[in-house]
Design a protein around this ligand. Structure first.
Ligand SMILES: CCCCC/C=C\C/C=C\C/C=C\C/C=C\C/C=C\CCCCC(=O)SCCNC(=O)CCNC(=O)[C@H](O)C(C)(C)COP(=O)(O)OP(=O)(O)OC[C@H]1O[C@@H](n2cnc3c(N)ncnc32)[C@H](O)[C@@H]1OP(=O)(O)O
Ligand SMILES: Cc1cc2nc3c(=O)[nH]c(=O)nc-3n(C[C@H](O)[C@H](O)[C@H](O)COP(=O)(O)OP(=O)(O)OC[C@H]3O[C@@H](n4cnc5c(N)ncnc54)[C@H](O)[C@@H]3O)c2cc1C
Length: 672
């Protein structure tokens, strides 16, 4: 495999680590990419991005003012967008505009985020999923060609989670064949939409549809908000940026208020429901929630996005841990590499395993999503509830796990991990947002819980369940599982934990309703348990999917690759078994002795993986331009880079800052 040769000598400790690696790195890279041809394609696309102006910042993004950061991000987005349009999509195929490869190369341009991300990330997918063929023909080519730039404006100041509570109205006027968009209250301001504040000239808007005096609930509309030539907001539109945030600092999250703003009837996205010219409302959808389709799509893609983010953080922290030496273990011996500490391995090796677990699960989820879309094309929506339940819990758990693993990577890098130049704070604050946006963690787990409670009741009634909950058919009446200290045994025990927790939720709800509570209150009182049950179900799905997909995908691999991939998956199973010992003790016959044995094997496995740690992160094949990290570069020149980055601080532009003469000196002289 062609690697991008470092310009400098590689740090000797890192070089030694690479000699220790006992498997073929390229083979693992191919597995992660989904095949050798995909690796070749990815590298070709990365070359286009990296040879054409990526990383073109003279001053680090974070040293710029808010305005400069935004303007710089727009400049780079235009360079990048042009490459996507003219070169990269030629390679992926236009239908793959959401390819993770494009997302990955975008990181070479932006440490933080592109103001155009939501254009490709949500605006275009909404057009694809919600337009009639005529509307698609009208809007999609313009959007893909970036003649129009869009945002996705759903959330309002007063409501994000509860979509049915949105207040923006779209009232149909049959005389003029127009909708009138209006924001009737302060809480109905659209709020948060990425790219809306300053960049977009169009947006998709979720609003309550009124026609013939009746509200038909939330529907989607495409709205031109700015003049295409002057970029001035159109009359009736108030639009702006919502202000500084924890992350997303180079983008322009926006607010938007409508004052009786008129749009043509054809601007309602009418794939699933329409308003006729005379104002008659016609619903064609066989399922009530198809307008939520873009959210399901993004939740599906976020699982792979989390794998990518963990792999970046793990690469940085593991390479750094190979270079960093700290503390004397024995007198007169060199300080060990911090990677030699089992506690460090415990923080970091799970990150490698989790990146693989999420990558394989995301491919499986993507295939499930495609199968559901194919069913829906044939008019069958029966498989949608299971997809919604799955994508909800996998989005919730993958973003939450990614966040805590990335935080561990930062801890693993000590003080230097706190530097923005390490890139870990950027990765962390980006992922922190994912736990909230596209459906908050708790809220989405409660959606999965609804599905699980129903499934449990069906299992109780002897009905055969769909694949991801079929374990409820086998375990619904099982009291405590006989502990079986094998890999399959661990997976089964997670299914029994999930079944036990779901069963306990059903019982709590029934007990509460039996004692006179109405169902809504009984549900509400049980929500802490319901969130736990949905999380347990998600863990069972993740463990089972990772294990079975890993075995499938490595069937033809070399023995060494098979071994190391197997070790990672076992590490993942053991890690989660040890994290959930309380649940295991409650729902299986596991003993203290079994758990001690599991702990011992886990610690041995960390030591077995240790020589391959750097090789495993090298297999993620993240080029320095994508990693943007003083701590994680391929050559391990950590200290040199930290100093180089320090010199870029604008505070070092002059030896004495003017504030000394203005404030400090007068203070020192008592002249303030
Ligand atoms: C040009 C160069 C540019 C450079 C660009 C660089 C790179 C780009 C390249 C690629 C991009 C790649 C990636 C981009 C990735 C990500 C994008 C990035 C950022 C995204 C930013 C975030 C955007 C947002 O946040 S948008 C707003 C999202 N909002 C939410 O998610 C709200 C959450 N709330 C809900 O979903 C719902 O309100 C709810 C909680 C589900 C409740 O809904 P409700 O209507 O009240 O329903 P109810 O609870 O009563 O349930 C009834 C019934 O319906 C079922 N149900 C609910 N939802 C669904 C559904 N979606 N599908 C199917 N069924 C559903 C529910 O289960 C109930 O069923 P039942 O009655 O129990 O049977
Ligand atoms: C960086 C970022 C980018 C975003 N981009 C966009 C965008 O482009 N377009 C867009 O439309 N939106 C966007 N959003 C908005 C985002 O989708 C919402 O913030 C998100 O859906 C959560 O909704 P909320 O803010 O109303 O939180 P709330 O619903 O108010 O949640 C607050 C708390 O209440 C809890 N809670 C709420 N409801 C329940 C319930 N039923 N049961 C139990 N607990 C509950 C939640 O768990 C949470 O802890 C973005 C947000 C962020 C942070």
């Amino acid at each position: 495999m062609k690697i991008n040769k470092p310009k400098h000598d590689v740090n000797p400790d890192l070089a030694k680590e690479r000699l220790k690696c006992n498997f073929n790195i390229e083979e693992v890279t191919n597995i992660i990419d989904g095949g050798k041809d995909k690796t070749v394609q990815r590298k070709k696309i990365e070359d286009i991005a990296l040879n054409n102006g990526a990383s073109l910042d003279e001053v680090p993004e974070e040293c710029l003012s808010i305005k400069e950061r935004y303007e710089n991000a727009v400049r780079k987005s235009c360079v990048y967008g042009n490459l996507v349009r003219n070169e990269m999509l030629e390679i992926t195929g236009i239908e793959n505009f959401e390819s993770p490869v494009l997302r990955r190369t975008a990181d070479a341009f932006f440490k933080d985020i592109s103001p155009f991300m939501l254009h490709l990330g949500m605006f275009v997918p909404t057009l694809i999923g919600q337009c009639t063929p005529e509307q698609t023909a009208e809007w999609l080519p313009k959007a893909l060609d970036m003649q129009i730039i869009g945002a996705y404006a759903q959330t309002e100041l007063g409501h994000g989670t509860f979509i049915r509570g949105l207040e923006t109205t779209a009232t149909y006027n049959p005389e003029k064949e127009e909708f009138v968009l209006h924001s009737p209250t302060i809480t109905s301001y659209k709020w948060w939409a990425g790219g809306l504040g300053k960049t977009a000239n169009h947006c998709v808007v979720m609003a309550q549809l009124y026609t013939q005096g009746k509200c038909h609930g939330t529907h989607l509309f495409i709205v031109k908000i700015r003049d295409l030539d002057t970029h001035m907001p159109l009359p009736g539109i108030t639009v702006g940026e919502i202000g500084p945030r924890m992350g997303f600092s180079s983008a322009d999250n926006g607010f938007l208020r409508f004052d009786h703003f008129r749009i043509p009837r054809e601007n309602m996205l009418m794939k699933h429901a329409k308003v006729e010219k005379d104002g008659v409302y016609v619903k064609s959808a066989k399922h009530g929630k198809l307008t939520y389709g873009t959210m399901v799509f993004i939740r599906v893609t976020l699982v792979s996005e989390m794998s990518f983010n963990i792999s970046k953080a793990a690469t940085i922290a593991i390479r750094y841990s190979a270079v960093r030496r700290q503390t004397e273990l024995r007198p007169n011996e060199p300080e060990p590499q911090i990677l030699d500490y089992p506690t460090q391995q415990h923080k970091l090796f799970i990150c490698i395993a989790t990146a693989h677990a999420f990558q394989l699960t995301s491919c499986w989820l993507w295939n499930t999503f495609q199968a559901v879309l194919a069913d829906m094309k044939k008019g069958n929506v029966d498989t949608l509830p299971e997809l919604h339940a799955l994508s909800s819990c996998l989005k919730a758990v993958s973003t939450s796990d990614a966040l805590s693993h990335i935080e561990q990577c930062r801890f693993a890098c000590g003080g230097h991990g706190y530097m923005l130049s390490s890139n870990l704070p950027f990765i962390y604050s980006f992922v922190a947002a994912t736990r909230t946006y596209e459906g908050d963690y708790t809220v989405l787990l409660l959606q999965t819980a609804r599905f699980l409670v129903k499934a449990s009741e069906q299992a109780e009634a002897g009905k055969k369940l769909t694949q991801t909950v079929s374990y409820l058919n086998r375990t619904a009446n099982a009291d405590r599982l006989n502990w079986d200290n094998t890999h399959e045994g661990i997976i089964k025990s997670f299914q029994v934990i999930a079944a036990g927790k779901i069963g306990q939720c059903v019982k709590s709800i029934r007990d509460r309703t039996a004692s006179g509570m109405d169902y809504e209150d009984a549900w509400l009182m049980t929500t802490v348990q319901l969130v736990g049950a949905a999380e347990a179900h998600c863990r069972a799905v993740l463990l089972n999917t990772y294990w079975s997909e890993m075995r499938k995908i490595t069937e033809a691999s070399s023995a060494d690759v098979k071994k190391v991939m197997h070790q990672l998956a076992v590490l993942y199973l053991m890690y989660w078994a040890l994290e959930k010992t309380g649940d295991l003790l409650k729902y299986s016959s596991v003993s203290k002795k079994d758990l001690d044995e599991l702990q011992r094997r886990y610690e041995e496995l960390l030591a077995e993986l240790r020589p391959n740690a750097v090789g495993l992160v090298d297999a993620f094949d993240l080029r320095d331009e994508i990693l943007h990290s003083s701590l994680g570069s391929y050559d391990g020149r950590v200290y040199e880079r930290l100093i180089e980055e320090a010199h870029k601080s604008p505070l070092n532009d002059e030896p004495v800052n003017q504030s000394f003469h203005k404030y400090t000196k007068p203070l020192m002289l008592g002249k303030l």
